[in-house]
Design a protein around this ligand. Structure first.
Ligand code: NAD
Length: 328
């Protein structure tokens, strides 16, 4: 197939584009920015998806789309930017494909549409009401609706994939990683707590400012584990490719995540042991994540099962950490 991958310069988009090329497809990569490392065989179109014109002749022969391009931000000040990048861009992409060969469309959505941090029941599945509490979550609800509308009115077969959190194992023990830095490193959580005005946590972690050798072992004050789904990016990319290549019809929604959620406290302890790092215990409020998701629908619809285990993640994270430390 001729397949357009949006967000092709991003971490998931790059992995999806590479897998699609390996599977023999012709891939066009769309992104705001050029990739740091181009995927061989991908033709890149650099520009803002929101600037696409209706019936774009460059996309006329595209038969399927993996729409992964998006902005992720939890900053209130980014509300309009999120709407532009995730809603207007999706709408204009749909219109740019009008009159062309496209028949299949896969959207990267997120568990933040529920949202996972305020579940009405668990495990969270596709039937859970969408009640987002962030501008990012709202932008993905509106993107889902735009894709459902396109499926209905254009006769496309479409799938909205509600991704769990995803990380390359190598990012897990990188203090500079956007997600994992403050999630696992006491020094980076201290910085985040200071910025958020969380004085109690900032004070507790003050001794670790500037110390990138100590990981946080977090528990919630209500005694519950801090839990969330973390799927290795290669598994997530494999799931996206399965959804693109599947023959589902109409509009479908599927959660794409691990078989089980990760207890971040236990995980941090195992990561520290594997990488020879220290730990410090912290207590977080009951609003800290504590959820379990379901990937049953993804298995039913296109045979998805994760392959990279929790133990693989720990081993690969420790290896990457040792390599980074050795390289200085
Ligand atoms: P990423 O930030 O690495 O990649 C996103 C890419 O989209 C970037 O290369 C960016 O330049 C591009 N982009 C943003 N706005 C654009 C626009 N207007 N026009 C063209 N390109 C634009 O993010 P990622 O981790 O690869 O995430 C991929 C998708 O998965 C996103 O849709 C994201 O919302 C979704 N998602 C990610 C996670 C996660 O844990 N990373 C979790 C749930 C959902």
């Amino acid at each position: 197939m001729r397949i357009a991958v949006t967000g092709a310069s991003g971490r998931v988009g790059g992995a999806v584009a590479a897998r699609l090329v390996d599977n023999g497809h012709t891939v066009i990569g769309l992104d705001l920015v050029a990739p740091r490392q181009a995927v061989p065989g991908v033709d890149y179109l650099i520009g803002d998806l929101a600037d696409l014109e209706p019936s774009d002749p460059r996309l006329a022969e595209v038969e399927a789309v993996a729409h992964l391009g998006a902005l992720m931000s939890w900053d209130e000040a980014d509300a309009a930017r999120l709407h532009h990048a995730n809603v207007t861009a999706t709408l204009n992409l749909v219109r740019a494909l009008d009159g062309g060969a496209v028949r299949r469309f896969v959207l990267a959505s997120t568990g933040e549409v529920y949202p996972e941090n305020a579940p009405q029941y668990q495990p969270l599945d596709e039937a859970h009401p969408r009640l987002p509490r962030t501008w990012y979550g709202l932008s993905k609800v509106l993107a889902e609706e735009t894709v459902a509308f396109a499926a209905r009115t254009r006769g496309w077969d479409a799938v909205a994939l509600r991704f769990s959190h995803t990380q390359h194992p190598a990012e897990l023990l990188d203090p500079d990683s956007f997600f994992s830095g403050p999630r696992f490193f006491a020094s980076r959580r201290h910085r985040k707590a200071l910025a958020a005005g969380d004085h109690a946590l900032a004070e507790q972690l003050a001794p670790y400012a500037g110390d990138d050798g100590t990981l946080l072992v977090a528990r919630r004050s209500d005694g519950a584990p801090v839990r969330m789904g973390i799927l290795a990016t290669d598994d997530l990319a494999r799931g996206v490719v399965l959804a693109v290549e599947a023959d589902t019809t109409g509009y479908e929604v599927a959660g794409l995540g691990p078989d089980d959620s990760t207890d971040l406290g236990d995980f941090a302890r195992d990561l520290a042991e594997a990488a020879g790092l220290d730990t410090v215990e912290v207590t977080l409020p009951p609003t800290a994540p504590g959820y379990v998701t379901s990937n049953t629908r993804a298995r039913e619809l296109f045979g998805f099962t994760p392959r990279i285990t929790r133990d693989d993640m720990v081993r690969l994270a420790a290896e990457a950490h040792r390599e980074r430390t050795a390289a200085g």
